[in-house]
Ligand binder design. Structure first.
Ligand code: ADP
Ligand code: GLC
Length: 490
């Protein structure tokens, strides 16, 4: 099997630019694919992402990519210049190739609500293709991720179709979250150089005066994937497809679900450099110390018998936080428990957790914002992880919590259904707690069930062990991607 030339393109890649799991996946998959020897894929990989202001300002040492400086990309109304800078992914030789274009990416956020948001990500797609041309690097597969890269397959089929360099290049579009589709007024097509390609854009959308980047990608990518088997099925239904179900059903044969891997180089309590006390399935004692340290950090009273519940999340509708409103107060009132929350997002959810914190200051700890280190502390120092998502394409946090000995309570949807197994005290099998119906009653019933199991500490330790010994590594999941790439190349 020859090494493949793979371009991974995305709006996020940890640790450089991260708002959620997409960033972790780009880092972990990119690193694994490029790793030589039996431990990795041994492929020729480059990860493309914008050189956001925050990366430029972070002090990261980057080098110009020789031959890829001051490249012009012509759009109908303007020509935009970029240069490529590079830095290896941490603990890897795989290069991150940053599209340095201050006029588009020199802004405060990764995402913006500016009028040229469509152009910012259309530019990312074109910069990838322009770079390949300039360096005469012919990718076997361009692996696109989410709506930000949705136009790339269409650009390749139209504006770049003349170039024999891409004659054998295939495109894979990975859907990490169908809740974000990149919807813009159809007038943007002219600005993006696709005015003459309207026939290739989804007709129904055009009739409504819109264009969807994600749908355009679904129409034109060679293959499609998403990040769990269950989600691959779900998005073809009206309940989860967010208006894309019909289109996805027409491409059902080309759509597969591959559960995300975990990079245990970053997320393993035995060696995690971001936590002060280490532990593993074979030597679990550090976990109790982490619990004490976490409660101390949140200035909450420590009692080893009181379970610590945890939330680390983007605070958005996807994550099911409206279920907390009816479910949580009863337990906080009744039980000797703690709740540690790390998150940012919708104001109403932030306000709700603030209210919980103000009402039960000795039981609830809250950090509003994004804090990588604290995310690791919470995974390590808690007893139960809460993830009652309305939908969840894959979810990484529940897999992290399994490894950190923090059994999760999850709703049986998407990747949560594929990665958490219900604890059965009779057989002592299982890794966490699941519920089906999206209701506060079902959620509360499951919290209650978890608390009853907490009282049987021997059983609980077994459940922790079961979870800590599960293997969701890229070493296991990565080959599924390679098989997919290979199948695309025929
Ligand atoms: P999603 O991608 O939908 O946000 P995932 O579970 O796949 O959900 O991934 C979430 C990732 O983002 C995890 O690495 C998690 O630790 C991280 N994360 C989410 N919110 C925060 C936060 N407020 N601070 C630090 N890390 C966070
Ligand atoms: C998305 C999904 C999440 C998934 C992540 C990485 O943000 O919401 O479920 O784990 O992408 O694929």
């Amino acid at each position: 099997m020859r090494a493949l030339r793979l371009a991974l393109v995305a709006s996020e890649c940890a640790p450089f630019a991260k708002t959620g799991g997409l960033a972790d996946v780009l880092l972990g998959l990119g690193r694994w694919l490029g790793k030589p020897g039996p431990e990795g894929g041994g492929h020729d990989v480059r990860v493309f992402l914008p050189f956001y202001k925050r990366i430029a300002a972070s002090g990261l040492a980057t080098q110009p990519v020789p031959g890829a400086q001051d490249l012009d990309v012509r759009f109908p109304q303007r020509t935009i210049r970029f240069s490529l800078r590079q830095a290896p992914l941490p603990h890897s030789r795989v290069p991150a190739w940053f599209v340095d274009c201050p006029e588009l990416y020199g802004r405060d956020g990764i995402y913006t609500e500016d009028g040229d948001e469509s152009l910012r990500f259309a530019m990312l797609c074109r910069a990838v293709l322009e770079t390949c041309q300039r360096l005469q690097w012919s990718p076997d597969v361009v692996h696109c991720n989410d709506w930000h890269t949705g136009l790339l397959p269409l650009y390749l089929r139209t504006l770049y179709a003349w170039d024999r360099l891409f004659a054998n290049t295939k495109t894979l579009l990975a859907i990490h979250n169908i809740g974000y589709q990149g919807l813009f007024a159809d007038s943007h097509l002219d600005m993006l150089g696709l005015g003459e390609q309207r026939a290739h854009v989804h007709h129904g959308d055009l009739q409504g005066g819109r264009v969807s980047f994600l749908k355009t990608g679904v129409l034109h990518a060679t293959r499609l994937c998403t990040v769990s088997r269950t989600y691959a099925r779900e998005i073809q239904t009206a309940e989860y497809g967010m208006g894309m179900e019909e289109l996805l059903r027409t491409r059902s044969q080309d759509l597969v679900g591959i559960v995300n891997g975990v990079d245990y180089g970053d997320w393993d309590p035995a060696q995690d450099p971001l936590i002060p006390h280490h532990f593993s399935a074979d030597a679990p004692h550090g976990k109790a110390k982490m619990k004490a340290a976490l409660l101390n950090r949140f200035q909450l009273p420590h009692d080893p018998r009181a379970p610590v519940f945890a939330v680390v999340s983007r605070l958005t509708a996807q994550k099911g936080f409206e279920l907390f409103a009816d479910a949580l107060p009863v337990f906080l009132q009744r039980e000797d428990m703690r709740l540690c929350v790390l998150g940012s997002g919708d104001q109403k959810h932030e306000d709700y957790f603030q209210w919980l914190r103000d009402t039960w200051p000795h039981k609830v700890g809250l950090y509003r914002g994004f804090q990588e280190e604290l995310a690791h502390w919470i995974e390590a120092g808690s007893d139960v992880f809460l993830m009652p998502s309305r939908f969840e394409p894959c979810g990484l946090n529940q897999m992290y919590s399994l490894r950190y000995g923090t059994p999760p309570i999850v709703r049986r949807t998407g990747g949560l259904a594929d990665t958490v197994e219900a604890w059965d005290p009779a057989t002592r099998r299982g890794t966490g707690f699941l519920f089906d119906e999206f209701s506060s009653q079902a959620f509360a019933g499951t919290i209650d069930w978890a608390l009853r199991n907490w009282r049987d500490q021997r059983g609980w330790q077994q459940m922790m062990q079961n979870g800590m010994r599960r293997d969701f590594s890229w070493h296991k999941q990565g080959p599924e991607y390679v098989a997919l790439y290979q199948s695309m190349l025929g």
